[in-house]
Design a protein around this ligand. Structure first.
Ligand code: C2E
Ligand code: MG
Ligand code: MG
Ligand code: MG
Length: 281
């Protein structure tokens, strides 16, 4: 927003502290209501295996259709929810809903891709986290081996011991663990060997300027080399161009996800993508 000050000069309009807080409180109250009244929904973005160009997984991404403001991005409301226990409620809703959806897809088609769910740090750090996950998996009859939880790097830095413990419990139960947005935190590559991970997802910021950016190319190559030695699958996030696909393929990156292949779509469209692929197999 800009306010006019004088003839040709514009001044940044910055809302006051009170204004910001009032709108934040209103949005928070709306979000609480949205959760209670079931106004959240899920979209799904496919993840492709580069070897065969097939869907190997789908990531559930939460959406909020605000009655007046329209679609609000999770980048905006997830951080807000994270400031309170509301994130626990949202996180559980997302997991339950996504597992129900997966079971519904199974009823309509032969599917063998996995389902990825984003887990917020606060949710992961909750003392009941692993119990709650296992409880929802049982309640929805989801196959643990088809479930993949995306955690973030920040957990790996600050709560190493208990994080490893929780990951082990989930892995023993058969659930896959991925580290999301890799490279944005301060984890060094040597950290990777400490965590029993199935997958790391290289953050979009390192993919975005490929193939031109030589520094990013070097970073991506290093991640791929270390991950290969540790037997961890790598997904490149935010792939948008044919050039990026070609490069990642040459570098033998196993999995790719991004607008080049598909944006996040409603459940019905996701199944249509999958069925079209089955037909061509
Ligand atoms: P994320 O988990 O890293 O998800 C990837 C985000 O990048 C998604 O944004 C997706 O739409 C977007 N994206 C995918 N491919 C491309 C691409 O090629 N180009 C560009 N520009 N963007 C791409 P979205 O859905 O807005 O989600 C943003 C973030 O919000 C997610 O990042 C995740 O951290 C968080 N989030 C979303 N759903 C949930 C959820 O259910 N629970 C939690 N805790 N966080 C969630
Ligand atoms: Mg994610
Ligand atoms: Mg990500
Ligand atoms: Mg990301």
């Amino acid at each position: 927003e800009v306010k006019r000050s004088g003839r040709n000069s514009f001044m940044e309009y910055s809302p006051s502290f009170e204004e910001k807080n009032v709108s934040k409180i209103i949005l928070f109250e709306d979000l609480k209501k949205a959760v209670e009244e079931d106004e959240l929904l899920l979209h799904f973005q496919p993840k492709y295996g580069l070897a065969h160009n097939h869907i190997v997984g789908v990531e559930a991404l939460v959406r909020w259709e605000h009655p007046e403001k329209g679609m609000i991005s999770p980048g905006e409301f997830i951080p807000l929810a994270e400031e309170s226990d509301l994130i626990i409620q949202i996180g559980n809703w997302v997991l339950r809903e996504a597992c129900h959806q997966y079971k519904a897809w199974e009823q309509h088609s032969y599917i063998n891709f996995h389902l990825s769910i984003n887990i917020s740090p606060k949710q992961f750090l909750h003392p009941n986290f692993t119990d709650t996950i296992i409880q929802i998996v049982e309640e929805t009859d989801m196959s643990p081996a088809k479930l993949d939880l995306e955690i973030t790097e920040s957990l790996a830095i600050e709560n190493t011991e208990s994080t490893i413990e929780k990951i082990k419990v989930l892995k023993q139960y058969g659930i896959q663990i991925s580290m999301d947005d890799f490279g944005t935190g301060y984890t060094s590559l040597s950290y990777l060997s400490m965590f029993p991970l199935d997958r790391i997802k290289i953050d979009r910021s390192f993919i975005q300027y490929l193939p031109d950016n030589q520094d990013h190319l070097a970073i991506v190559q290093s991640i791929l080399t270390v991950a290969k030695n540790l037997d961890i699958t790598v997904t490149a996030e935010g792939v948008e161009t044919q050039e990026q696909v070609a490069l990642l393929s040459t570098l033998q990156c196993e999995e790719v996800q991004g607008f080049y292949f598909s944006k996040p779509v409603p459940a019905g469209s996701l199944l249509a993508h999958w069925n079209a692929q089955l037909m061509s197999m």
